[in-house]
Write a new protein. Structure first.
Length: 317
């Protein structure tokens, strides 16, 4: 790093992110307004940082920033300068953590699911993590499932020294508190707010921040496990962050497209048409699935005429 970074200044909030109304005939014919909450347009870089640190698009936008920022503040307050977290080979969270570490001067370690990847060329996502200084540690899937096991964490401490653990996807009580501001920014703007869900932290905070009469709908992008697992996870995150369930929210689990990072021809066709219609490139792992699901619900008559729906654009392609 070419110059020291002022951590307090670098973590200074830069929301609210823009709220953009778009005209879409599929919503209009049902009498429903569609707003896009452009969280893909916020980031943590400071003016002048690009000369020293590279393009701003390398740094964590949207819900990744909202979840990471309070964890980074807590780490700095406790004098911790190394972060260890978990993710798959295409994890947005790993990339965001690596980028934040590079920007803010934290050492980062990424525990990656799949020991067969250790000897293979890095994909573009992991290569970006490595370029941002993240040490990649590949583990077999059985070990990865034990990522909260004290014995595994002790072994990682023995290998890498002291670090602060940030959970897979960045979702913990601090992350939920960070995402609460997203809901506050949307108070009074929409009757329903839609967001894609991976590990549940964004939905937990979003729903807690919304006002009376508003509701949140989460669209899981993962398949597998108990259908109630994510429901319990969001409830547990809200309990840890806020002392109990907060806000009105539900999950709509029909639109995962076969699982994380998997795509269907139908979803791809929808995303291509949406991009052409509105000139907005869609991130395909999360955002496209959420918008496809939301458009399907509108077609099914899930929203009353005269209502307003806001869709959170959590990240760029």
């Amino acid at each position: 790093m070419n110059h020291p970074v002022d951590l307090a200044a670098a973590l200074r909030p830069r929301p609210p992110s823009p709220l953009q109304e778009i005209e879409d005939e599929r919503f209009a014919r049902r009498g429903v307004r569609l707003l896009l909450k452009r969280d893909d347009l916020i980031h943590t870089t400071l003016p002048g940082d690009t000369a020293a640190l590279g393009p701003v698009e390398l740094y964590p936008p949207g819900n990744k920033w909202r979840k990471l920022a309070p964890n980074l503040r807590a780490a700095a307050a406790d004098g911790e300068r190394a972060l260890l977290t978990f993710g798959g080979a295409y994890s947005n969270h790993l990339r965001a953590t690596a980028a934040a570490g590079r920007l803010l001067g934290f050492a980062t370690i990424g525990v990656v699911r799949g020991d067969e990847l250790a000897g293979a060329p890095l994909n573009a996502s992991l290569a970006r993590c490595a370029a941002d200084g993240m040490r990649l540690h590949f583990v077999d899937r059985g070990s990865y499932r034990r990522k909260t096991d004290p014995d595994l964490l002790a072994a990682l401490h023995d290998r890498f020294g002291d670090f602060r653990v940030i959970p897979e996807g960045g979702s913990n009580s601090l992350a939920a508190q960070g995402c609460m501001e997203l809901g506050r920014e949307l108070r009074g703007a929409a009757d329903t707010v839609a967001v894609a869900c991976g590990t549940g932290g964004t939905l937990a905070g979003l729903a807690a921040g919304l006002g009376p009469g508003q509701r949140a709908v989460g669209f899981p992008v993962l398949k597998g496990g108990s259908p109630h697992f994510l429901q319990r996870t969001v409830e547990e995150l809200q309990a840890a962050a806020f002392g109990g369930r907060r806000g009105e929210w539900r999950l709509e689990d029909r639109f995962h497209g076969g699982g994380y990072a998997r795509r269907t021809p139908e979803t791809d066709a929808f995303a291509d048409a949406f991009e052409e219609r509105h000139g907005l490139p869609l991130e395909r792992v999360y955002v496209a699935k959420m918008l496809f699901g939301l458009t399907t619900l509108v077609r099914e008559g899930a929203f009353i005429p005269g209502s307003t729906v806001a869709a959170v654009i959590t990240g760029a392609p």
